[in-house]
Design a protein around this ligand. Sequence first.
Ligand SMILES: Cc1ncc(COP(=O)(O)O)c(C=O)c1O
Length: 384
Amino acid sequence: MKDSSFKTKSVREGHQSSNEQEHSAAIFLTSSYCFDSAEQAAERFETNQGNVYSRFTNPTVSSFQDKLAALEGAEKCQATASGMSAIFATIMTILKPGEHMVASRCMFGTTIVLLNSIIEKFGIKVTFVDLPDLDGWKNSIQNNTKLFLLETPSNPLGEVVEIKKLAAISKQNDIVLAVDNCVMSPALQRPLSLGADLVIHSATKYIDGQGRCLAGAVAGKASIIDEISLFTRSTGPTLSAFNAWVVLKGLETLSLRMKAHSESALKLALWLESQTFVEKVHYVGLESHPHHKIAKDQQTGFGGIVSFEVKGGRKEAFKLINNTQMISITANLGDAKTTITHPSTTTHVRLTKEEKQQTHISENLVRISVGLENVEDIIDDLNP
Ligand SMILES: Cc1ncc(COP(=O)(O)O)c(C=O)c1O
């Protein structure tokens, strides 16, 4: 997709004016909808056409879904209450008890908790692999494997897998490939165009872009999304109209923000690389990052997440975090405000010692989500 048409779609797609002819999207705060007659009610319930109840459909939520589907190049999108409910709905839809999935080891901490502690209760088995290791994915396939689940680039270390090659493996084996695209957003990476079947979002992050609300979504082929919709409308984690409105407006400015986040993140990463208090910088936009070339081929930018190891251990990492004056100490990412966190004791705290070692979540690792402030001010705040 040309960048210009992406920008136009992000502003224009999904807008449906009501009879009031409002220019900016309205928020439809209603739980249910009225029918002209009992016959019309019966028809709507029978056919699933038209609004019935906001756990099923809502015009503001539909506008968000239509816009995000257009931006991801998807046939259809289902919004959810959060990124985690999008991931859970996907797993519950694709897998049955007794079936198996393969997941990247390098994922958001709560996703790992979900896979380790909750999914097993439903009789689903999970094998973890190193994200970039294509042979690892291939060799983990069993005759009952139904889903590959991953984030690329991973949060917080920016590891990358070649989506096209992994999609070829998943297609050959009739496995659904689902990519959590939250760290990139469709402005920088469109996994469906690279062969993935589903793209998952925590819209809480860059899609909102200002740290205001929780939201999530899954987009892809209509036949799978219809199944996911059945799950969300029957179990309840649908997106509220108000939150849908927030993320719908967030999408309008997404590409401008992602460009600015990426530019500042690269400047910060280059500065960090030159600092004596820093042992190692993990930013996939740096030529020194082992996955830089693959990322350059499948992404149109490198995003705003910069992680780095300080010299020393937890004490030195905490000292650096505590010394900041402007940057917010909070675990969220994708905000206009720059945020800083210590993954080992926050986002990834529930991982075992062994899991932390395997995924390189070390005690001296600090993660920054680079915001939209002047990058010189961000650098000044980190300068010891
Ligand atoms: C990559 C990734 N996926 C999913 C989630 C979960 O999203 P939410 O907090 O909206 O449930 C997060 C949250 O940080 C995340 O970073």
